[in-house]
Design a protein around this ligand. Structure first.
Ligand SMILES: [Zn+2]
Length: 421
């Protein structure tokens, strides 16, 4: 008796669980755990002002400025004889915790001060990088830096002089860097630099077209996107190293370029980067959540440039890579159950990579392709395999570059193997 009761009770529970499980997998995507509410509603949003200015305190002895590209610093105070404070605010209050900051600081006479970084709508995250010329950067010495995880602040000890010191969440990598880099690439006969559209604030959306394939012959296509999120500098450096490898003068790279076309959009959120944003574009929208409705001009320009590939009988999309940064090295492939072309491509190259660098920490977390992000749009539009390639914010730059270069080499080899099959 007891048994039959519990069994008859269990069957509906099991059916209910099946039903709930079914619902949750087909449910409308509303954001990842770290996203603020409403992130997939990508119409224009009101943003907070960020006034460009230099501020002097302590009778004009200590100064800060945010008057340069990529800067973010909202206010500056003297707390007591040796403690100063900058406040840093995001471009919009509802935001995830990527609290970017960048400012210059100097003193009229040589001085050593303590400087507190104080955030609104966020907690301290990025270890400060220092520079005397905005080109060569060094991570702050750990003896001059402490983070207060309870209060979400950090305190730096800085030696100041009349010449400004740059203090930034990551090394600055802005339009000037992209311009110099892509300009030098464009001097190669097989690289074409182009503009596929403009941001809200009329900045160009850059495109690199890389190929030596015969335009009358069938060829594969690889799509690369980068810098949808402004503070993600390690991802930006990774994209640069990766693309440089594709354009290098090795036999493999030449062979690859003879059979493939690379369409790369490495600077997808120029307004966000130039304005020192934590996450969004100039209209307060997360550009990696707009690949379904395309309300924003930046993803729309990239999509419009790629869509003709759908009806192109000579060009077939094989792979897509979207470069980002987070707090670890992690690859987000498309769920293995989904059939992609080529199938399991990402898993194969990650296997090769981890075999080569067994001590380099790499995580892999497959995702269902139901969110409106770049990688999923590539998969849904072309059926191709695609990956979100996340590089740790704290990755040692040298080893990170070595591993990324090797990623490019493995991917070129694997793509050539696919096309020859
Ligand atoms: Zn990102």
């Amino acid at each position: 008796m007891t048994n039959s009761i519990s069994r008859s009770y269990l069957i509906p529970v099991f059916l209910l669980m099946l039903l709930l499980w079914g619902c949750s997998t087909s449910e409308e995507f509303s954001g990842y755990s770290y996203d603020p509410e409403g992130v997939t509603e990508t119409s224009d949003k009101e943003t907070n002002p960020h006034y460009t200015r230099a501020i002097g305190v302590n009778d004009g002895k200590i100064w800060v400025s945010n008057d340069f590209s990529g800067a973010r610093m909202n206010d500056f105070y003297q707390v007591n004889d040796s403690l100063y404070r900058v406040t840093i605010k995001p471009e919009r209050d509802a935001i995830n915790n990527s609290p970017w900051y960048a400012f210059q600081i100097w003193s009229v006479a040589p001085d050593t001060i303590n400087l507190q970084l104080d955030y609104e709508h966020g907690d301290h995250r990025y270890i400060p990088k220092l520079s005397k010329n905005s080109r060569h950067w060094q991570r702050i010495d750990s003896t001059n830096y402490s983070a207060d995880t309870t209060r979400g602040t950090a305190t730096l000890t800085l030696n100041l002089e009349r010449k400004p010191l740059w203090v930034s969440a990551q090394e600055l990598f802005t339009w000037d860097n992209y311009n110099t880099w892509t300009d030098s690439l464009a001097s190669k006969s097989f690289v074409l630099r182009d503009t596929v559209g403009f941001s809200h604030n009329n900045r160009p959306i850059l495109k690199l077209h890389i190929s030596e394939a015969n335009p009358d012959q069938p060829r594969g296509v690889m799509i690369i996107t980068g810098r949808l999120h402004p503070p993600e500098v390690t991802g930006a450096i990774g994209a640069k190293v990766f693309i440089n490898q594709l354009t290098s003068d090795t036999e493999l790279a030449r062979d690859f370029r003879n059979h493939f076309e690379v369409l790369a959009y490495p600077f997808a959120n120029p307004d966000g980067v130039q304005q020192g944003h934590w996450r969004y574009n100039a209209r307060g929208v997360d550009l990696n959540r707009d690949w379904e409705h395309f309300n924003q001009p930046e993803p729309r320009a990239i999509r419009n440039d790629l869509l003709p590939l759908k009806d192109d009988s000579l060009r077939k999309v094989f792979y897509g890579i979207d470069f980002h940064s987070t707090d670890e090295n992690i690859f987000y492939p498309i769920n293995r159950e989904e059939e992609t072309f080529p199938d399991d491509f990402t898993y194969q190259w990650i296997d090769s990579l981890t075999q080569e660098f067994p001590d380099y920490p790499i995580e892999v977390e497959p995702f269902p392709p139901n969110s409106p992000i770049t990688k999923n749009w590539i998969f849904h539009t072309f059926g191709a395999d695609a990956v979100t390639y996340e590089i740790s914010d704290t990755a040692p730059r040298d080893s990170m570059k070595t591993v990324t270069r090797e990623s490019a080499r493995i991917i070129m080899q694997q793509l050539l193997d696919e096309i020859n099959n």
